[in-house]
Design a protein around this ligand. Structure first.
Ligand code: AMP
Ligand code: MG
Length: 420
């Protein structure tokens, strides 16, 4: 009967699809490129300028005509006359003819007439002191081909070429690319505003003295941080007591402030004091309740005054995993980010794993050994045990329908740490 019950619950993937279909991207704003790391580009970016902007030297050396070196050899080096000295940052007036050379540094504009650069180390010049004048003659003992050691104009980037696609989450390299194009400001999606609050008569905030029967609120802290880590604004509201009136009054404050998504924790199970669900049922719309997963089954999704709301279960591990599985992709979509696949590692479990047939997100230690990633469970797997998320470095996912997974089976792992 229990298994039958479970199989009637919405699957994780159906729940994700259902939740995502209720979100679209927020509006846009123009910000400084310097502040754009982690933000999502709102329009395709096309090159303002080509790159390189002009033919320039890839080496410290001499700009010459390649043809002059046709017969150059160790035994019979050819001699060229140095007629100009070209640093970076100037537009040289020199015109190189056969028999002539101009000293150039890396990045200097190639003077007209020249079609190759001979690196200083391939000449008779042994060292260059900073500030020293070029010699009047150089000897070259190697043959050069046309274009050698020249970075030609437009080789990397053509003008008007698409460089970054709309929906791309920008990273430091994008900031550098935009700066290299001379771009100071850029249009990105604004940061989604996410409201959150915990529910529970038992909850105290960190810093308050413990009292009998009370525990410290964990979830609003974890969730606030997860929201920030996902490049959204978190607006944390006061903990709601386990009464319909208090749930309503906190929700009213949330709605007054304006928000793109409401996240609550606790109060969505079958308990006699689980008022999130009853309030949403009465004043909003419950679109989904209970998912075939472990931990985190009692998850709720719906709308309240037209605002999407995710009611996460109160157990701290359930709340964390509920965020990772459902809210993270929703925030991605709100942020204007293109749908993306989460980076998962296939790991070989080195021990038997028992499950209950629900899609299970178990805390594990993943390590690299003998040329592959291996994993074993880590920490007490109770959904109330936030410590297990700290002891573990990964969540391993046991697919639905599996009650026992023999050692050496491969499973997907989501890394909790960025580095191992
Ligand atoms: P609930 O989902 O409200 O039925 O709560 C399930 C379990 O999680 C109970 O043991 C609660 O005391 C606990 N819990 C609920 N909310 C929090 C919270 N914000 N921080 C830590 N534990 C919580
Ligand atoms: Mg509760």
């Amino acid at each position: 009967l229990e298994l039958n019950d479970l199989s009637k619950l919405t699957s994780v993937s159906n729940a994700i699809t259902k939740i995502l279909s209720d979100f679209k991207s927020v509006g846009t704003e123009i910000i400084s490129v310097r502040q754009s790391n982690g933000r999502v580009l709102a329009k395709d970016f096309y090159a303002w300028i080509e790159s390189p902007i002009f033919d320039n030297s890839a080496m410290d050396g001499f700009a010459i005509q390649a043809e002059d070196t046709l017969n150059a050899s160790e035994a019979e080096p050819i001699c060229l006359r140095v007629i100009a000295d070209i640093p970076t940052g100037i537009n040289p007036s020199a015109n190189i003819r056969s028999g002539e050379a101009a000293r150039v540094v890396t990045g200097a504009v190639i003077p007209t007439g020249a079609d190759a650069v001979v690196p200083v180390e391939d000449t008779n010049i042994r060292q260059w002191k900073p500030g020293s004048k070029p010699t009047t003659k150089i000897f070259i003992s190697k043959k050069l081909v046309k274009g050698q050691h020249i970075r030609p104009k437009g080789q990397y980037i053509k003008k008007a070429e698409k460089l970054i696609q709309v929906g791309k989450r920008l990273r430091p390299q994008h900031v550098g690319l935009l700066a290299s194009q001379g771009v100071r400001e850029i249009e990105v999606f604004r940061k989604p505003r996410i409201a959150l609050f915990s529910t529970g008569d038992e909850l105290l905030s960190a810093g308050e003295p413990l009292e009998p029967g009370k525990i410290y609120d964990t979830n609003s802290y974890t969730l606030e941080t997860l929201i920030h880590e996902n490049h959204c604004e978190a607006h944390r509201f006061k903990t709601s007591a386990d009464t319909e009136e208090d749930v309503r009054s906190v929700l009213k404050e949330v709605i007054n402030e304006g928000t793109d998504l409401i996240i609550t924790s606790g109060g969505v199970s079958m308990g006699a004091f689980d008022f999130i669900r009853s309030v949403i049922e009465k004043d909003g719309e419950v679109k989904l309740w209970r998912v075939n997963m472990r931990p985190g089954k009692p998850l709720l999704f719906g709308t309240y005054k037209e605002v999407p709301i995710v009611g996460l279960p109160g157990n701290p591990v359930s709340a964390f995993i509920g965020f990772e599985v459902f809210i993270k992709p929703a925030l991605n979509k709100l942020s204007g980010n293109r749908p993306s696949r989460r980076l998962a590692v296939k790991v070989r479990m080195i021990e038997d794993v028992k499950s209950d047939g629900r899609e299970s997100y178990l805390r594990a230690h993943v390590f690299y050994k003998d040329g592959e990633w291996k994993g074993s469970l880590k920490g007490h797997q109770g959904s109330g045990n936030i410590f297990s998320l700290v002891q573990a470095n990964a969540l391993v996912i046991i697919p639905t329908g599996i009650k026992r997974l023999p050692a050496n089976s491969f499973v997907d792992a989501w890394m909790l740490d960025r580095q191992l």
